[in-house]
Design a protein around this ligand. Structure first.
Ligand SMILES: NC(=O)c1ccc[n+]([C@@H]2O[C@H](COP(=O)([O-])OP(=O)(O)OC[C@H]3O[C@@H](n4cnc5c(N)ncnc54)[C@H](OP(=O)(O)O)[C@@H]3O)[C@@H](O)[C@H]2O)c1
Length: 214
């Protein structure tokens, strides 16, 4: 399967790339800037490509043209609403539209817990949740087969391989490596198609946790 990862040099995106490549997928690693391509050097099956979601959308369409799947892990580099709206809202929507135009079949979006009820948190949290709510809703109404993964608070700990996934969960935490395993795991679980769900750290291996989604 040809998979393009947007935000491939991010703290979650890097692990998505690594896991996809280890599973034998052909991976295009979407970079905001070529300066960070070094991070991906030496991972087999991975081709770095320039994919800035705030740049010319036609370039993004070209990048996505031969992809079966897009997994996006992009996030604004600055938490201020102006940057968040540019990347998490408008940039994410640009990526969705580009994927439609490029004939991509499946689109997996990393969102955030409570993006589907964003009237909470401080000014910055609200703006992030609202931006994600909007791009999530555009994805749900798109022509793509979609999956929206809404993790709890992210941490940089090691992979535990154990998660809890459901339509809605109590607030929780999860490591970026476990989120990456969930994002990649969605590709093997048809129950995740056209569905959004919360995920936090838990007791179940990823595949059975996704297979038990109600
Ligand atoms: N922090 C939390 O607790 C939490 C909880 C739930 C969900 N989330 C969400 O999870 C996602 C991933 O989080 P993370 O911590 O892995 O983020 P991260 O390390 O900041 O990675 C974000 C990635 O997005 C890329 N990016 C930024 N602007 C871009 C643009 N214009 N075009 C293309 N790529 C762009 C960055 O590129 P560079 O590598 O070049 O900087 C980076 O690779 C984010 O959307 C975040 O909001 C976070």
């Amino acid at each position: 399967m040809q998979v393009t990862v947007l935000g491939a040099t991010g703290r979650t995106g890097f692990h998505v790339v690594r896991l996809l490549a280890a599973r034998g997928h052909a991976v295009k690693a979407g970079l905001r800037s070529r300066k960070r391509a070094e991070l991906l050097r030496g991972i087999e099956n991975v081709k770095p490509v320039l994919a800035d979601v705030t740049a010319d959308p036609a370039d993004l369409v070209e990048v996505l043209k031969d992809s079966d799947v897009v997994i996006t892990t992009i996030g604004a580099p600055d938490p201020e609403p102006e940057s968040v709206n540019l990347v998490d809202r408008d940039g994410a929507i640009t990526a969705i539209r580009a994927a439609e135009e490029a004939g991509v079949a499946r689109f997996v979006q990393l969102s955030a817990q409570f993006a589907d009820s964003p009237d909470q948190g401080n000014r910055l949290v609200r703006s992030i949740l609202l931006a994600k709510q909007i791009s999530d809703s555009v994805l749900q109404k798109s022509a793509l087969t979609w999956t929206i993964v809404r993790p709890g608070t992210l941490s940089d700990g090691p992979a535990t391989g154990r998660v809890k996934a459901a339509g809605h969960l109590e607030p929780g935490r999860i490591t970026r490596q476990d989120v990456a395993a969930v994002l990649v795991g969605t590709l093997a679980e048809p129950l995740t198609e056209n569905r959004g769900f919360d995920v936090v750290s838990g007791e179940f291996p990823v595949a059975p946790a996704l297979a038990a989604l109600d």
